[in-house]
Design a protein around this ligand. Sequence first.
Ligand SMILES: Nc1ncnc2c1ncn2[C@@H]1O[C@H](COP(=O)(O)OP(=O)(O)OP(=O)(O)O)[C@@H](O)[C@H]1O
Ligand SMILES: [Mg+2]
Length: 236
Amino acid sequence: MLQKNLSSLVSRLSSKPKGYFVTATGTDVGKTFITALLVKKWRDSGIDAGYYKAALSGAELRDGKWVAGDADYVKRIANLPDTQEQLVSYVYKEAVSPHLAARKEGNPVEIAKVQADFKAAYARHEFVFAEGSGGIICPIRYDDQKVFLVDIMKMLDLPLLIVTTAALGSINACVLTVEYARSRGLDVRGLIVNRYGCSGNLEMEDDNIRMMQDLTGLEILAKVKNGDTDLGVQPF
Ligand SMILES: Nc1ncnc2c1ncn2[C@@H]1O[C@H](COP(=O)(O)OP(=O)(O)OP(=O)(O)O)[C@@H](O)[C@H]1O
Ligand SMILES: [Mg+2]
């Protein structure tokens, strides 16, 4: 445990990130909600932060146009100037994993385009928050090429922020996500607890949070309640 704490501290002190990759213990845990607050906080503090997502499935049809809900939400909350095409590289209609959506709709994710679009996001902003799709092992493409979200994380080379809840089952989901990320050589910088207090059992949630901290050696960077409009932390 001491070794984990030390290595996490050393990596934090040794490099100042140019962005973060926001992932979560699963889908619908609150990546977009939290990322919007992060981008807004950075921008309100005078840092030109942007947003990028490689692949989104489950687009919404609005006025004849397929809208990528995640990007649209972050753009609105954080007041971003970017277009949808700049914010998301691949938009699929069906709300299934990108690998299945691409199999049905065509247009599979090309790693080179993700890299180029992400680089372009850096040309427009000084700091970029990238949001994952689903959880860390989400299949992005599974045909003659096999690409998982974790491969995109490796390629973009950003430290990770992991969004979790403190609800029943969160210790297992959170520790597995952190351990898998580390086994792939990724730099996990901290945890963000979303929907804190939602279970109605604060004694359990607080113990879950202590357990997640202790088992991973990671800091809880923020505890976000339902409906919060501010993260309650300064840019880190
Ligand atoms: N703290 C919160 N307060 C209020 N609503 C929240 C909060 N966290 C998440 N939500 C809502 O819960 C839903 C799921 O959250 P969100 O879209 O951020 O999840 P996600 O992890 O980005 O999902 P996906 O894997 O589809 O990208 C959304 O409607 C979002 O607005
Ligand atoms: Mg999302």
